[in-house]
Design a protein around this ligand. Structure first.
Ligand code: SF4
Length: 336
């Protein structure tokens, strides 16, 4: 572990000023950053403790939705009565992740900025373009069971590990960020990046910016939603595949649909073209299965993770079943 200085900020301005230094990092819940420091993956020279900043509240916003402070803990959000009644998809996704102990200290902003759980990223004896750009990717021809099937590049096939972010992507949340240049809003879909040839960059947050809050729109899809998470054990495991589905149903027709996938790409994965094509269609097995097939049509499997392609398609169908309360599997011999 490298030596680093520690400073505590009391407001956003002083936090940004303290962070304006080489190799500085914000410290909030620390549930990922401290691990990364201990493993030698992150080597900050200055830690700026932001836990005293006034960014923990959950309030109404001007759009008729809710504004969640970036320092609200995952538990505070998941168990907030307004979140549970108006945005149960978000509450369920958060509670599907990590453990109660971690959720009690992990923050919304930290959850969004957590790094991949790729084994090679954490093993500093192996090549990793995300950890050390230009060194190669150990996962490409290595153990890649947990890796991406959509949107990957020859430089990195890592996935984003969050559950919360998959729900926020499906809900079309906005991210409010601040810097000494002013404030700006980043649509959630644009916050995380695909790896391309710069896998070291997980997000479009600039180095001089801090996440202040997440805005939820008024529509929370409380009536018809589902969060399906498929993982190797029942708790405290990252998703092999997850699906956050938000539906509006008009009679037997799909009025609106948002479908975000986790565990399959470098960011929560949405296919807005496929969603648009589904609107107005009947809610029936063939339609939903065609939609699921279209989501994974361009997926690329590797020896360790090709199973995720069919798994993702089946998880999408399962999510539609849970959200609509209808049986949509095609036949009795189909275990979907
Ligand atoms: Fe590193 Fe990405 Fe390759 Fe994993 S998949 S070893 S994070 S470059």
């Amino acid at each position: 572990m490298n030596r680093f200085s520690y400073t505590r900020a009391n407001d956003i301005t002083s936090a940004l000023q303290a962070h304006d230094a080489p190799a500085a990092a914000f410290l909030a819940g620390g549930t990922n950053l401290v691990d990364l420091i201990k493993e030698g993956v992150a080597r900050p020279e200055r830690l700026v403790d932001i836990r005293r900043l006034p960014m923990k509240a959950i309030d109404d916003n001007a759009n008729g939705g809710l504004r969640i402070g970036a320092l609200a803990t995952n538990s505070a959000v998941a168990y907030d009565q307004r979140i549970q009644s108006r945005y149960p998809l978000l509450s369920k996704a958060i509670l599907a992740g990590a453990s109660a102990q971690i959720r009690n200290v992990a923050t919304v902003g930290g959850n969004m900025l957590q790094r991949t759980r790729c084994h090679y990223f954490y093993d500093t004896a192996t090549p990793c373009n995300k950890r050390d750009p230009g060194t190669g990717c150990g996962a490409l021809n290595g153990v890649n069971r947990i890796h991406a099937i959509l949107g990957a590049s020859e430089h990195c096939i890592a996935v984003h590990p969050s559950d919360m972010c998959v729900a926020l992507a499906a809900l079309d949340a906005d991210v409010r960020v601040s810097s000494d240049q002013g404030d700006r809003v980043i649509p959630f879909d644009d916050f995380h990046r695909l790896p391309g040839d710069t896998p070291e960059k997980d997000t479009n947050l600039r180095d001089d910016e801090i996440i202040v809050a997440v805005d939820l729109p008024a529509e929370g899809f409380a009536e018809h939603h589902a969060y399906v998470k498929v993982r190797d054990r029942a708790s405290f495991a990252f998703a092999l595949v997850s699906v956050a589905l938000a539906l509006k149903i008009d009679g037997d027709r799909i009025d609106d649909v948002r479908c975000a996938l986790g565990g399959v790409a470098h960011k929560p994965w949405r296919n807005r073209q496929a969603e648009a094509a589904l609107r107005g269609k009947p809610l029936e097995a063939a339609t939903v299965r065609d939609f699921a097939a279209s989501i994974v049509r361009d997926a690329q499997g590797r020896p360790g993770n090709a199973f995720k392609i069919e798994l993702a398609a089946r998880a999408i169908v399962r999510a539609f079943e849970q959200a609509s309360g209808q049986e949509l599997a095609a036949s009795e011999d189909d275990p979907t």
